[in-house]
Ligand binder design. Structure first.
Ligand code: MSP
Length: 526
């Protein structure tokens, strides 16, 4: 991902199933996507962040039935829950794609015809074990005893023996292998790419794209006694999302500005659909391919797999209520190397937030502001940058930090971005302790005091700016206390070219009253 050019950048989260309200897994993907989008907006890039809901299929039909709601009513309720959740998590999405919208049906029908015209769809007999929870046929060897699904261990897969329409995936074996070879960055990280390569090498089989006896779906355009398989329909939701709100729903309109999508961010469990089925469908329809599919890891709780059966699911909104959106966003991106599996532990959560944001960053600002009020009339000291030696411990780190952090964001290495910023903050605390400006002030050494306070305030500013995609509320508070009238929460474009540079804090700027920017957290037993 190169941020130097100003071409549009489109990225997606998965379109989430509406069998239930958002869980921490869906929140995780969405927070990461939002951080990437915010980072690109700082570069003044035209960004389109797509999220939404996947509303058809047997799983949703049965959920609605169980709750005695009509399927559409159920979908409307849960989709509204996603919108609220994303607002609370400070997600700035541009499009919310719902697969039950009539516009989506139009796109799916047109796409289906393209693939049909290619001769890539045919009718045949489907026999196999179907896990409704996964919405996927399983090989017998993938199942546990009594044909229970390995992911949904309480649920038995159901035997199906019916006529289905199939997509000719096998035809695209060579083209897919050539794609993975020619564009190694298409599947990331490396471990996921290897998984896909070994799956594809075993030989691709055609997959069924229609269901019979399923009312809740889009009818197959050439045979309305079938409905389309929910995944065939759902992946196309990414294309529907590209339409401008009032635009006629045609493929040509949808594809003209934002296609191909630069990045599909997903969890590793849905890698095959995105890295194998999806590009094959697109090649069949003669469309260019997305830039990258990134499959992140899974989250566990206190070391255990999360699930309703274990009763240990984690509601992201309970966490937000308790600790605030910034805390939730920071923990998951700082603590877990993106791409790997990771754990949520409440004590670790509280410790990390208190150490990094309340103590290291918050206290550094607080004590430096207090000193600036006392020793510098509440203003940013006027210091000429050229008077600060290049070897100065903070300047030296600060001069290259913007580039290093940009590189980390571009590589989706969020924890590295946080670490690099925190290294400057910690150096700031150490520097202040060593220099003891309170003593120098008493000795009448104002010029040195000015330089010390300037370099520390500037370090805090730079840290706040570079963390703003992750903790926009905290960064806004820091900027405001430093005297800027800038806020990051609503995606205000604050240019990277200037604000990520060391030395951007203007001398003589009036500072505001110090207030804690991040309240210390207390663990609550849930
Ligand atoms: N509807 C499909 C996606 C269709 S995209 C065209 C779907 N939806 S989902 O709601 O079940 O899953 C959405 C995302 O949540 C996936 O990326 C999945 O990996 C993620 N997670 C679900 N549980 C998770 C964890 N415990 N940890 C991290 N993410 C996990 O699949």
């Amino acid at each position: 991902m190169n941020v130097a050019n100003k071409t549009p950048f489109a990225l997606t989260t998965p379109l989430y199933y509406v069998n239930d309200l958002p869980h921490i897994g869906s929140a995780y993907t969405t927070i990461a996507a939002d951080v990437i989008a915010r980072f690109h907006r700082l570069h003044d890039r035209d960004v389109l962040l797509i999220t939404g809901t996947d509303e058809h299929g047997q799983k949703i039909e049965r959920t609605a039935e169980r709750l005695e709601r009509s399927p559409q009513d159920h979908c409307d309720k849960i989709a509204a829950g996603f919108v609220t959740a994303w607002q609370q998590l400070k997600i700035l999405y541009d499009r919310f794609s719902r697969t039950t919208s009539p516009r989506h049906t139009a796109i799916v029908q047109e796409f289906f015809h393209r693939v049909w015209e290619q001769g890539d769809i045919y009718l045949s007999q489907q026999q196999g074990w179907y896990c409704v929870e996964c919405e996927e046929f399983k090989e017998a060897r993938e199942l546990l005893a009594n044909h229970h699904c390995a992911i949904h261990i309480n649920r038995a897969a159901e035997w199906r023996d019916e006529q289905n329409y199939f997509f000719r995936l096998s035809k695209y074996q060579d083209q897919l292998e050539a794609l993975y070879e020619a564009q190694p960055e298409f599947i990331q990280p490396e471990i996921r790419r290897n998984e896909v390569l070994s799956f594809v090498r075993q030989g691709l089989q055609d997959f069924s794209i229609s269901r019979v006896n399923l009312a809740w779906g889009i009818p197959v355009p050439v045979d309305p006694s079938h409905t389309l398989y929910v995944w065939f329909d759902a992946l196309l939701g990414y294309i529907t999302a590209l339409l401008d709100p009032e635009e006629e729903p045609t493929l040509a309109n949808a594809l003209k500005k934002w296609w191909p999508i630069n990045l599909h961010l997903i969890g590793k469990d849905i890698l095959r659909f995105h890295a194998v089925y999806w590009p094959a469908m697109l090649i069949s329809a003669a469309l260019p391919l997305p830039g990258c599919v990134f499959g992140h890891g899974h989250l566990t709780r206190e070391g255990q797999k999360m699930g309703k059966s274990l009763g240990n699911t984690l509601d992201p909104l309970v966490l937000v209520d308790r600790y605030g959106a910034d805390a939730v966003r920071y923990y998951f991106l700082k603590e877990i190397e993106f791409g790997r599996d990771g754990d949520f532990s409440e004590s670790r959560f509280v410790n990390i937030l208190n150490a990094d944001l309340a103590n290291d960053l918050g206290n550094l600002l607080n004590r430096t502001l207090k000193m600036a009020l006392k020793y510098c009339d509440g203003q940013v000291p006027i210091v000429s940058n050229s008077d600060i030696p290049a070897a100065h411990p903070l300047k030296c780190l600060g001069l290259t930090l913007g580039d290093r952090v940009a590189q980390a964001y571009e590589n989706l290495a969020f924890s590295h971005a946080c670490e690099a910023v925190l290294a400057l903050v910690r150096a700031g605390n150490k520097f202040l302790d060593q220099q003891a400006p309170w003593t120098l002030y008493k000795q009448g050494n104002q010029a040195t005091v000015n330089q010390i306070l300037y370099t520390v305030l500037e370090s805090v500013r730079l840290a706040a700016y570079l963390l703003s995609p992750i903790v926009p509320t905290t960064s806004s508070k820091i900027y405001q206390q430093l005297g800027f009238s800038i806020e990051f929460e609503n995606g205000y474009s604050v240019p990277y070219t200037t604000h990520a540079q060391w030395g951007h804090l203007p001398g003589a700027q009036t500072l505001n009253t110090p207030q804690p920017v991040f309240q210390r957290l207390e663990a609550e037993s849930s």
